[in-house]
Design a binder for this molecule. Sequence first.
Ligand SMILES: [Zn+2]
Length: 523
Amino acid sequence: MRRLFSAVLLTLSVSAVFAAGQQPQTADGASAARADAWFGERLPMGLGDPHRPILDVSAAKPAAAVVPAGEEANTELAGPAVRRDLESIVGISRADRARGEKAWGRITGFRAADDTHAWVLQQFKAAGLKDVETQTYDSTQPTWYPKAWEVKLLATDKAGAGSRDVVLASAFPTSGSQLAQPLTAPLVFVGATTDAALPDVDVKGKVAVQTLHPQAGAFSERTRTTERARELAKRGAVAVLNVVEQAGNMHVRDFSNSGVPSFNVGTDDGRFLKAVAEKARAAGVLSELRVSISLDAEMRRGLKGHNTIGIVPGRRADEIVIVNAHADGWFDAAGDNGDGLAVLIALARHFAKPEHQLDRTLLFVASGGHHGGGMNGPGNLVTMNAPLLAKAVLVLNLEHIAQLHFQNDPFRVNAAEQPMGFGISNEAPAIAAIAKRGMQRYGFALRPNFSNSTAGDLGGYAPLGIPRVQAIHSGPMYHTSGDTLDTISTPGLERAARFYAFFVTEVSKTARTALQPDAPRNR
Ligand SMILES: [Zn+2]
């Protein structure tokens, strides 16, 4: 009964909208169904406002940060203060999209990344850091730059006389994709990346659609998705669409080229494609479904990357602790790595206060090129500042440290931060002990078992041969347009800032032999 009632309501609202001659948009931006179009299937929701979270996160309120007695005065580490900087950082990405960049972000080699470094430079100077500068280095390889593209399901009367072309607004080309001329081809559905094998269907001259259903970010299906796309290309597919089953319609920036132009497509666009294809198959008109694809992408040469650095002198100048956060990111990049960069600024302000001066000198680094091939920030920092970095005893990396906890099946958000893995490259017990104490003191969301994994921005520091330390995670929003400001926990920013202020303070008090128990000179 209830079902019938809502069906009547839907019909009413749809005809009311059509009377005004408009697109059948519902209040939340999703497009309603129209009985004579696309077999009556609900149209895709479009991209919506990609600066807002893909899920309603307003009810996800993590517990307030713990402020131990005696630390109340450290207001530069308070959540709202750190969040204001995060807003400034995310604002640089938003401005990039407002300028018309379809693949927006704070992308190394492009204006928004340069603006980010200019902003960091200003913050370091205002905090009173010494020897503040932005260092510039050249890219060693061309950078793929997608300017414009469109993936469109072409209207056919066979799906209903009212069917119109449907643009898949979430489509995002995979890295390296190139297409000299727009193409039009029939669709073929080839199942899920988790299927044992590709189905025995002819993909020659067709656009192959495969689905992936990641539990973490799309990266967790990277190998399977890319290898399968390459196989489809080998069998003659002219393009591949990867439907990423998460929530809503997000741009997903992942996977490298498969040999033919490939695009990641959001959940709602995938839902529409699949539903229309099932009905077309049942009606015996599946071969009538065709998509047109255009892509304007170029390889940019001569790009420049930047590292912005500043020093807080300690009581001794001969030993340095490096605190690093990568400044670049894709889309709004609030969690990768706006949160890490905002906490870097908070720590710079904290330690620049004379009452917080440490024994060791601190080198703050906002690095470039984390997401840009041939422009690695830490690698260039190490080669450009050899005498200074020879004094380093430990490097700490701040990366993806305050994002709300998202999970799939069903797609949901928890009122807590995403648990992070803590990695210590040399597994020094003294370093682990400091982190354990900090974890208990501030409730920082670390998984209990630490490792020696340093995936992330620490790779470029490896030649220094010193312990490299970080907390990191990669959740469902990783490298998507869903990585927005409101997916970041403000108490989580404060937990991170206070935890790391404690960590750096304690590391500075710890003997080098304890930080580097296996170093030849310390044995
Ligand atoms: Zn990152």
